[in-house]
Design a protein around this ligand. Sequence first.
Ligand code: AMP
Length: 423
Amino acid sequence: MSFENIGLSESILRAVEKQGYDTPSPIQKKVIPHILAGKDVLASAQTGTGKTAGFTLPMLQILSQTNQSGKKPVRALVLTPTRELAAQVHESVESYSEFLDLNSTVIFGGVKQMKQVARIKKGIDILIATPGRLLDLVDQKLLFLDKVEFLVLDEADRMLDMGFARDINKILALLPEERQNLLFSATFSSDIKKLAKKFMNNPKLVEAEPENSTVDKIIQTAYRVDTNDKLNVLINMINEGNWKQVLVFTRTKHRANKIAEKLNKANISAAAIHGNKSQGARTKALEDFKTSSIRILVATDIAARGLDIPLLPHVINFELPNVPEDYVHRIGRTGRAGASGEAISLVAHDEVDYVAGIEKLLGEKFDRRIIEGYEPKLEDAPPTKKQNGGGANRQRSKPNPSSRNRDESKFNYKKKKKFLGNK
Ligand code: AMP
């Protein structure tokens, strides 16, 4: 199936061509026909699969077929969990609708509302919003949602994780009954299914990739490194590889700040992005990273969710996430749209169990390594019963392939002399 015969209009095809897309991605092939047929769609799609175009292209097509003249009410509402994702979706909507008489805007918190309100007053067809600011403007009677024909919940699982369930319910109550609903989520958790049941009308279920699988083209390596050595290892990796664009993840905002600071001191340009940063600082950090003004973006999970940085070659987990699903989202920042990428995890003594949890979720094993000169000093306990079926023996962390108790979860059987070169 090509874009030409998927049922999209000439003006939309022109915009798609301008983006340089040759063929629809698997998720696009699956969802576009359903959406064009007017169906509700519940789709599980990994980040980086082209899901934004998957819902935007057919939505634009339908909206443009019944274009309204005069003052435009909001006809399509796209809800996203984070400001960055909202801005990114808006950018996509703008480019895909370039040759159509439809307009769009984006609203989110953390910035003054004045400009957003002025834009809405002019009349817009498509509104991309985070839930908080949306409800704020509705409460102030500056925004009305009673003419919405399309509702899209993008990254709905993250919206629930971030505690937006109540806001979503409030927003649903503001919309007209008659509308088309699309829900995109990385996973089909029971909470997502429950939410879908609440507002969707006999939705078509679409799964573009197996749940929680990582993109095939990403090389995933885990280095067992003691916490104190992590920063040096990170700096060495970046320098030796002469890496120009690396996204580094931490679990805490404080650590993100610290690492960015230390990298800058080591003459590696870096910025941190997390929830405590002002929106201006977040936008600037992301823009600087995308335009390669800085080499390293250090991010926490929430801030980085949904970021689309084309051809991002390296993602480094400075700390592993304690929720295995977050790992999938993190490494989804690389290997996007079929490009290859590398995901590296620096695993400290107290994170070994997280590895087991992630591997269990992925159904695959990491390539495990230790680095000469940075051999871990602490011995690792075997994985806990909960993570990996148990195991009572404590072993030294050194190669011992012949041991009967050799445990696959240990980081002890591939040594890397240098950071690069002999991989
Ligand atoms: P998304 O999953 O929506 O964040 O999209 C990931 C990336 O894939 C974005 O940079 C899109 O511009 C790109 N993309 C979307 N659809 C296609 C396509 N059919 N062919 C190539 N790239 C695409």
